[in-house]
Write a protein of this length. Structure first.
Length: 357
């Protein structure tokens, strides 16, 4: 798509550049890169503490303010935009400035509503105050699956035509990588995700430890996030279980490529980006039998009941499930950040009279 003929100047909320990279930040970074390729007039506004990105030109980013958290997003960012009467702010990482009228907000899921027990009290109070107001004051809403769209509509009575599904994709960091060295001298199963309750890692470890003399070790990749209830006291590494934190992209690519099987026991997801990443590296996947995975991945992966230890154990032990290459290629092409960026600009153009009013 060529440059859109929208009367608004488009800015991107770059707060995500000052945060550790998880699925939400990965989505934000990749979508931003693709949007800037499509329309170089778009600018990113980021905190001074933002981390530079290899494929994000310094000239594309406007650095403002010494803070980097909620204060920056709710005070510094809207203060900057106040002087831009025709600014439209795109927000890709769940939150946005409450007092910014010209904005589009991306909400990846509503786990904080569906499972409040997984989150810290402070986080729950903040999100329950903020999110409904952001949705109400946003010109449009993006989310990452039909499942999340349905839940946002049901929970907050947002009209479906005000919500658009913008899919995740495989990061350019991964598509340009071809690791040729195994990360370990042993075979292993892999799971990737923030160390938090919804990832269901305690059940995964329990199921794994019920396997007598497992042929493969279990590698868990993820970092602790303080917004979640502490669920990590029982996640103890041993001779067969390895927990790796602060893994860089190069290491992660190798971990995906050489894993015997990718196991994803998550109880709730808006998308489940690690599943797509594992598929890209031709790693057999077995995952939770939940609605969003059935929607996104269909029969290209295997499934188990994430609440049943025996079912998880059987999923681990079964011969690796791997669908035909043609199906996997089709799946990868379907979820593509470049396509999603074009879709975003198309939505802004189609709805410019209401979005940029």
């Amino acid at each position: 798509m060529s440059k859109i003929e929208c009367k608004c100047e488009i800015y991107i909320n770059g707060r995500f550049l000052a945060r550790k990279v998880s699925g939400v930040e990965r989505f934000s970074i990749e979508i931003t890169k693709e949007l800037l390729k499509l329309d170089p007039r778009i600018k990113v506004i980021a905190p001074q503490k933002a981390k530079p990105q290899k494929e994000l030109n310094h000239s594309d980013v406007v650095y403002k303010g010494i803070f980097s958290g909620h204060f920056w997003e709710q005070i510094i960012l809207p203060f900057f935009l106040k002087r831009k009467s025709k600014a439209l702010l795109l927000n890709f990482a769940n939150t946005s400035p409450l007092f910014c009228k010209q904005k589009i907000t991306t909400l990846h899921d509503i786990a904080f509503k569906d499972h409040p027990e997984w989150f810290s009290e402070k986080f729950s109070v903040y999100y329950n105050f903020l999110i409904p107001r952001l949705l109400k004051t946003s010109k449009h809403i993006f989310t990452v699956s039909e499942f999340s769209k349905k839940r946002i509509h049901e929970q907050f009575t947002i009209p479906p035509d005000k919500i658009s599904v913008i899919y995740n994709g495989v990061s350019s960091v991964f598509t340009k990588s071809n690791p040729n060295k195994k990360p370990f001298d042993f075979n292993y199963y892999l799971t990737v995700g923030t160390l938090q309750p919804r990832k269901n890692l305690k059940r995964l470890m329990e199921a794994y430890h019920q396997i007598p003399h497992p042929k493969n070790k279990l590698v868990i990749v993820g970092n602790i996030n303080t917004i979640f209830e502490d669920d990590n006291n029982e996640l103890k590494p041993d001779q067969d279980v390895i927990i790796k934190e602060n893994v860089n992209d190069t290491e992660l690519c190798a971990l995906y490529k050489y894993a015997e099987k990718f196991i994803y026991p998550s109880l709730y997801e808006g998308f489940g980006l690690p599943v797509l990443e594992a598929i890209y590296f031709s790693c057999p996947v077995v995952a939770s039998n939940i609605h969003v995975f059935r929607e996104l991945f269909g029969d290209t992966i295997g499934y188990f009941n994430p609440y049943d230890i025996q079912s998880i154990k059987e999923g681990i032990e079964k011969k690796p499930y791997f669908s035909e290459n043609s199906e996997l290629i089709k799946q990868i092409k379907k979820y593509n950040f470049a396509t999603s960026a074009k879709q975003i600009l198309g939505i802004i153009e189609d709805k410019k009279d209401s979005i940029c009013a």
